[in-house]
Design a protein around this ligand. Structure first.
Ligand code: C5P
Length: 232
């Protein structure tokens, strides 16, 4: 898969999500389904969106013992999603088990990426509460390397970390980056942001864009603008 824009469909119900997606009569966007929508509507929401021709990033961030993650991943794989994720903190054994679970009998599987440290985790909290004493950027890069060693396809990271991840893990290791805003748009609660054009320049493979598209007066136009700036 090449560079693409993934719309974060952070809606609370199937109704809201499908009426939003109804607006896209041309190109069918790659969409991200997160915990809120998945827990509200269950796996049927994935089947419904898939049946409409969208690619799906199922953002459930799995983290449990390897055997449980393996079995859960097998279920998600049967839902025919295109991209799923987990927490690298679950260890290499858990990531390897996840890959095993995801791999279908015919050898195909969804892409699997890892969350390193959540961007909501500060250096201070990580040191004091998690007792991880290394500098945060070093921890992020270490987890990215672990994910790569386990055979994963990439990581979710800040666009500001994309270049460093590619330097450490190579160009083929995917970086999927939220925190994207238009140059003339509202930033909202995101702190460190980049425009789609900047994210393209620094080498992000996928950008995850929520409110700049979902809350736009013309979501289709906002999506097309993202595509123009990031992909074309
Ligand atoms: O609306 P906005 O563009 O800020 O949405 C970004 C999406 O990416 C949301 O679904 C958010 O949960 C997700 N995300 C993020 N920062 C991370 C990881 C995920 O914004 N570090």
């Amino acid at each position: 898969m090449g560079k693409d824009v993934i719309i974060a469909c952070d809606f609370a119900s199937q109704e809201e999500t499908l009426s939003f997606l109804d607006k896209f009569t041309g190109r069918k966007p790659f969409v991200k389904i997160g915990m809120e929508l998945f827990y509200a509507e269950g796996p049927q929401i994935v089947r419904d969106i898939k049946a409409r021709g969208h690619k799906i990033f199922l953002d459930l961030k799995l983290h449990d013992i390897p055997n449980t993650v393996k079995k859960a991943m097998a279920v998600l794989s049967r839902l025919d999603v295109d991209l799923v994720n987990l927490h690298a903190a679950g260890t290499k054994a858990m990531m390897e088990a996840a890959l095993e679970g995801l791999t279908r009998p015919d050898g195909t599987r969804p892409l699997l990426i890892a969350v390193t440290q959540l961007t909501s985790t500060s250096q201070e909290r990580m040191t004091e509460e998690l007792l991880i004493e290394k500098p945060l950027p070093q921890v992020v890069m270490h987890y990215a390397k672990l994910a790569q060693e386990a055979g994963l396809d990439g990581v979710v990271c800040s666009p500001l970390e994309s270049s460093a991840v590619h330097e450490t893990c190579g160009k083929a290791f995917l970086t999927v980056t939220p925190g994207v805003r238009f140059a003339d748009g509202e930033v909202g609660d995101q702190v460190r942001v980049m425009t789609p054009e900047q994210a393209k320049k620094i080498g992000s493979d996928y950008i995850v864009v929520g409110r700049p598209i979902t809350k736009a007066s013309d979501p289709v136009a906002a999506y097309e603008r993202c595509i123009r700036e990031f992909v074309d």
